[in-house]
Write a protein that binds this ligand. Structure first.
Ligand code: NAD
Ligand code: LMR
Length: 329
């Protein structure tokens, strides 16, 4: 095995999502079957015992690609020379809460995290923020990026894209792989806009493949927007394995060219496209090029209703940003 190992740092690695996330990474699901990895796992001191157990299980799985496993409560150690950082460590919401209710509790975590990434990771480190409210937590971490590339700080809306694809596939009675171009716009919150109008099913417009347009413009959107709550109501805990796999999808698809004609949804720094205020961490349909750079898909025609939805989610993100103004310095 001649390739240099890729260093992957994961915060909250002993939590629900962390536990589901480390094994697929170790097995090669992000970087492929011939790319060695070093796992750098961060936890709070109180969870170090559990983290040691995760490390033991990783060792016991005897993954050939894993060159080393670091289990630590030191952010400086965890982010050392990291190529990819998955920011999971934070509190999940419980029943009756919105994700934004976590902002004052989780937001401050991302200041220290951002500082430690900036001080220790590779300058071109790629950051995927999962902890909620993920768009605004990402904004907080990105505010600390002085040496690292601020454009490489992203938040995860891939779970929403995956959920939306599954809903469309179920309604159309086709395998989920038939659904492409499922763009998620905005915040990972109930204002997100899953844009069915540009989605394709078996290469045809979803609005041609599914004749029930009232469902598309109503229950479909609502189901995707509220899926996190539905899972909490059913499980008593927030989504974990599906979130971990979405993080795998996000990271993998950011490291390889997007297949021709497909889109990937990622919350990234807005460059003002589609009148989304510059600088917000906002989910757009994107493509990734050969160099692993993402690009917002341009030229998507949005009708008045879609424009209003895109703006409503941007307005909500501006409000969230204002709530954490003191954390952005
Ligand atoms: P969890 O409570 O099971 O695990 C979180 C872990 O993070 C815990 O082990 C905790 O000790 C650790 N932690 C807390 N603060 C930390 C810090 N400062 N540094 C390092 N570790 C820290 O929670 P979970 O179910 O794994 O969820 C984690 C986060 O992911 C939550 O905020 C949740 O809302 C969010 N989430 C986001 C999405 C998404 O689509 N973006 C989906 C699901 C969950
Ligand atoms: C989800 O979408 O499942 C997560 O963001 C967890 C939550 O709080 O909804």
């Amino acid at each position: 095995m001649s390739k240099q190992p890729i260093r992957v740092a994961i915060t909250g690695a002993a939590g629900q999502i962390g536990y589901s996330l480390v094994f697929p990474i170790a097995a090669g699901h992000v970087f492929g079957p011939d790319q060695p990895v070093i796992l750098q796992l961060l936890e709070l001191p109180v969870a170090l015992g559990a983290l040691e157990g995760v490390k033991m299980e990783l060792l016991d799985a005897a993954f050939p690609l894993v060159q080393d496993i670091v289990a630590t409560d030191s952010a400086d150690t965890a982010f050392g020379d990291a190529d990819l950082v998955l920011l999971v460590g934070s509190k999940p919401r419980g029943p009756g809460m919105e994700r934004a209710d976590l902002i004052r509790e989780n937001g401050p975590i991302f200041i220290g995290t951002g500082k430690a990434i900036d001080a220790n990771a590779k300058a071109d480190v790629k950051v995927v923020t999962v902890g909620n409210p993920c768009n605004t937590n990402c904004l907080i971490a990105r505010a600390q990026a002085k040496r690292t590339n601020p454009l490489n700080y992203t938040a995860m809306t891939r779970l929403d894209q995956n959920r939306a694809k599954a809903q469309l596939a179920g309604k159309a009675g086709v395998p989920v792989a038939s659904v492409t171009r499922m763009g998620i716009w905005g915040n990972h919150s109930p204002t997100m806009y899953p844009d069915f109008t540009h989605a394709l099913i078996g290469g045809k417009k979803a609005t041609d493949a599914i004749s029930d347009h009232a469902w598309l413009d109503g229950p479909f959107i609502k189901t995707v927007q509220q899926r996190g709550k539905a899972i909490i109501d059913a499980r008593g805990k927030s989504s974990a394995a599906s979130a971990a796999w979405a993080a795998i999808d996000h990271a993998r698809d950011w490291h390889r060219p997007t297949p021709q004609g497909e889109w990937v949804s990622m919350a990234i720094t807005s460059d003002g496209s589609y009148d989304v205020p510059e600088g917000l961490i906002y989910s757009f349909p994107c493509t990734v090029d050969e160099e692993g750079q993402y690009h917002i898909v341009q030229g998507i025609e949005l009708d008045e209703k879609a424009k209003a939805r895109v703006k409503a989610s941007a307005d909500e993100l501006i409000e969230e940003r204002d709530t954490v103004k003191d954390l952005l310095g």
